[in-house]
Ligand binder design. Structure first.
Ligand code: 5AD
Ligand code: FES
Length: 355
């Protein structure tokens, strides 16, 4: 019964057949989560790293079928933050102890490379001790290099699904899995700390798709793996599709911790949106990062990726206090350092470079 957990614990891998068996059969949750928690503590102790998330534009030229801010949703009320507003969010986040800022947005053509670089440089100048993370979608290698030269050091781009047929069911023809993968390997090569990941329980996802996701992540070796349950949005073509399952999503978190012991794994907002204690449960299943929202309260509701998204009425300071409390109650410790991945720390210790 727990043979697969034992093998995961000792070898950090399973064959395709074993992965399918693991995904398809009930596993003893207490054993699985205890194994994941032990591995997480061995690698990262009880630290939970914080990233201040700034959702700076909800304009998007893409039309992913699952996402509430897709270009084709005429009911999405669009907004962009000004550079000054973004810098004010960083300043507030800094005062709250955050040393990583994540600029996340739709693929918004208004933000030319010049604008992104100016923004990144301005944040880097004001907060030289912080890491700047971008999460603004698929770009050319040249663009990624320019952002890096301006001071960005991390990039989040979920691959969403590594199965080509599944990818086609989630995205219109204008998008391609090949290009997304190209982006991720370009980011790696440039020297970014890279985050990738996928939704759990997205429409048409099978266990075979998840095996593909794992094999892809094993090739990419990202610093961070972001996953969370798919949550329905009524104004998308998938309005009738059910949301992902909490327990299955937690099982995936624990499995990822055991497959990728050194990865940073966020307890994502989608977990908190599916269940009031969803993020705490994700922490106890092996996650070790949280991304509190720093966006101005006035625009939070508008970054409407999926329904019942949490923290849309709270101010940054409220989220910060709430989160600290939740992290404590789950049995962990919020820390205020940049929180580089272990793989990155080992790499920079060898080469002597940083930032
Ligand atoms: N449910 C859950 N996650 C979603 N995302 C987009 N739409 C949804 C949804 N309906 C995730 C995608 C994207 C990230 C920013 O949000 O994985 O990469
Ligand atoms: Fe935002 Fe709890 S983390 S209100």
């Amino acid at each position: 019964m727990s043979g697969l957990i034992e093998k995961l614990k000792s070898t950090h891998d399973l064959t395709d057949a074993e992965l399918l068996e693991f995904l398809g059969s009930p596993q003893p949750e207490d054993l699985l989560f205890a194994a994941a928690d032990a591995e997480r503590r061995r690698q990262y102790g009880d630290a939970v790293y914080l990233r201040g998330l700034i959702e700076f534009t909800n304009y998007c030229k893409n039309n992913c079928y699952y996402c509430g801010i897709r270009a084709g949703n005429p009911h999405a009320e669009r907004y962009r933050l000004t550079d000054d507003e973004i810098l004010a969010c960083c300043k507030e986040g800094y005062a709250l102890g955050y040393r990583t800022f994540v600029l996340q947005g739709g693929e918004d053509p208004y933000y030319t490379d010049d604008r992104i670089c100016a923004l990144v440089s301005a944040i880097a100048a004001q907060h030289p001790d912080c890491r700047i993370t971008l999460s603004i979608g698929e770009k050319s290698r040249e663009s990624y290099q320019r952002y890096y030269d301006a001071g960005a050091r991390r990039y989040l781009l979920r691959h969403e699904t590594a199965d080509p047929a599944h990818y086609r069911k989630l995205h219109p023809d204008s998008m391609s899995l090949e290009n997304r993968k190209r982006c991720l390997f370009d980011l790696r090569e440039i020297g970014y700390q890279v985050g990738s990941g996928f939704m759990i329980g997205s429409p048409y996802q099978t266990h075979e798709c998840i095996v593909e996701d794992i094999r892809f992540l094993q090739r990419l070796q990202p610093d961070m793996i972001g996953v969370g349950p798919y949550i329905t949005h009524r104004e998308t073509p998938f309005a009738e599709m059910p949301s992902g399952d909490l327990h299955f999503s937690l099982k995936i978190i624990a499995m990822l911790r055991l497959l990728f012991p050194k990865a940073l794994i966020p307890a994502t907002t989608a977990f908190g949106s599916l269940h009031p204690q969803g993020r705490e449960k994700a922490l106890r299943a092996g996650a070790n990062v949280m991304m509190p929202n720093l966006s101005p309260t006035a625009v939070r509701k508008l970054y409407d990726l999926y329904e019942n998204k949490i923290c849309t009425g709270e101010a940054a300071a409220q989220c910060s206090g709430c989160l600290a409390q939740r992290i404590r109650s789950a049995g962990y410790r919020a820390v205020s350092d940049p929180g580089d991945s272990l793989a990155y720390r080992e790499k920079t210790a060898k080469s002597g470079t940083d930032r």
